[in-house]
Design a protein around this ligand. Structure first.
Ligand code: SF4
Ligand code: SF4
Length: 468
């Protein structure tokens, strides 16, 4: 009978060993910083004349995002587009220079998996103890250790989900309401979904997310070139002419090994044991490698013990491995760098120069104009005003470019707007169109200012239609 073939290969559990070294320290530093920012940010209070006292708050009902002194409104959505473009270009730029450093040090999946592995190690022990535990049958010890591990993961996953929810409302209020069942339904649903996804992604799926789900691993090679820094095993040095070998008798010193043609790799397997994706970097560049450089730390530790130079596994480029020198300034990286600078400049200019009022004028088209009994022509306009400053403003509207034209706002006498408030006004403009007027449209401007003179007058261009 033909053997049944499975489309899906069961995951082989990976039990990474811990390692000490400069890249591990760097990863731990980034991890602490990232967690501090994520969990503490909603608790930072911020003095504002108007609005909430939370430094970072995404206020969906109020349609305002507070980020320290910056208040973002829905019409600023193009900032988000600019920010996404910046993130993508920055990723291309960094990847072209230094490979998958984002994956290895900054990606949420890496950061959370790292913490989950830390907890697992604290509860179940180092790699040999974890392998032994996974192979042994179910008993009290296994139940207790696995139970504690999963409970700690769920706790972190829940803290992650709740932490995210705190960005969308007043953090202390949400926490006090959440645990007595008084928070809004969306808070429970969001926290629940994020708890489940964090637990599954960082606790159960781990490297499978990077290998099978994340699209970045698949197209990263397109962004690599001969000068991109990648974590590499120095094949020539490690294998020599006769391959790698354990430091058995007669092959213990470097001199003995070199005389026998044996390379510097003592085949200890430490680099493989520490790898969170379970690969052997000595097999060459693989798409599963997230460039975390933990294998570099592992091999450096071994080289230090042997008293041999570090760097058998190191960050290097293909060109350097072939004896050349890495070229940092390349058309591609300079181009990406220039685009990054342009986007940052454009975003900063736009943010720093945003007018304190956002105004939008739409001419009413039905009817386009009305002939009045006194011979004047009347056009109507829908004016949308949004106070984007952090002050209460009493707005005034005026006309520029329509000599003798009059503005009628109907019943609206005071246009007082609190910070973030919006108002739509119907404005009628009457004008005695001169006989020599050219064309059927006269360009003019609505000038928006405030009574207290706090803001610079702001003009919005539009046109006056007539039939002469
Ligand atoms: S091979 Fe090295 S750099 Fe790549 S994922 Fe494994 S430990 Fe990290
Ligand atoms: S840690 Fe270094 S010496 Fe040990 S197997 Fe890996 S490459 Fe070889």
């Amino acid at each position: 009978m033909a053997e049944q073939q499975h489309m899906y290969e069961a995951r082989i559990p990976i039990h990474p060993r811990s390692v000490k070294g400069r890249f591990r320290n760097l990863k731990t530093g980034i991890l602490i910083l990232a967690y501090s920012v994520y969990f503490l940010l909603p608790w930072i209070r911020w003095e504002r004349d108007y609005g909430p006292d939370q430094a970072v708050l995404f206020d969906i009902p109020g349609r305002q995002f507070f980020i320290f002194d910056l208040v973002v409104y829905p019409q600023d959505i193009f900032w988000l587009a600019g920010f996404l473009m910046l993130a993508a270009t920055l990723l291309f730029f960094v990847t072209g220079l230094a490979g998958r450093v984002f994956c290895g040090y900054f990606c949420f999946q890496t950061l959370w998996t790292d913490l989950f592995m830390f907890l697992e190690r604290k509860i179940q022990g180092e790699r040999p103890a974890r392998i032994r535990l996974s192979k042994q049958g179910w008993n009290g010890e296994k139940l207790l250790k696995y139970g504690l591990t999963h409970a700690s993961w769920l706790l972190v996953a829940f803290a992650t989900g709740l932490g995210f929810v705190l960005y969308w409302g007043d953090a202390p209020t949400i926490v006090s309401q959440f645990f007595v069942g008084e928070a809004v339904g969306a808070a429970y649903i969001t926290a629940g979904i994020l708890t489940a996804t964090t637990y599954v992604a960082a606790g159960l799926a781990r490297e499978q997310v990077c290998t099978f789900i994340c699209p970045y691993a698949r197209f990263q090679s397109v962004m690599f070139d001969q000068d991109t820094l990648i974590v590499s095993y120095d094949q020539d040095r490690g294998e020599g002419t006769a391959g790698r070998a354990k430091p058995v008798k007669g092959l213990q010193t470097r001199e003995e090994r070199q005389a026998a043609g044996v390379g510097d790799c003592i085949d200890c397997g430490y680099c493989v044991q520490v790898c969170p994706t379970g690969i052997d970097i000595r097999d060459g560049l693989q798409y599963q490698c997230i460039h975390c450089a933990l294998c570099v730390d592992a091999c450096d530790t071994i080289m230090d013990k042997q008293g041999w130079p570090r760097g058998l596994i190191r960050y290097t480029s293909e060109r350097e491995l072939e004896g050349g020198k890495t070229q940092w300034f390349r058309l591609k990286t300079v181009g990406y760098g220039a685009v990054v600078v342009v986007i940052v400049g454009a975003l900063l200019t736009s943010i720093l120069n945003r007018p304190p009022v956002d105004a939008n004028v739409n001419q009413v088209r039905q009817p386009l104009y009305v002939q009045m009994s006194d011979g004047q022509i009347q056009n109507s306009y829908e004016i949308r005003l949004n106070n984007t400053s952090q002050e209460v403003l009493d707005f005034e509207l005026d006309l520029a470019g329509l000599e003798g034209g009059t503005l009628d706002l109907g019943d609206v006498s005071d246009i007082r707007l609190e910070p973030g408030d919006r108002l739509t006004i119907l404005a009628r403009v009457r004008y005695d169109v001169p006989d020599d007027a050219e064309g059927s449209r006269i360009p003019f401007e609505f000038v928006i200012s405030d009574r207290q003179g706090r803001i610079e007058p702001y003009s919005v261009s539009t046109q006056f239609s007539h039939a002469r």
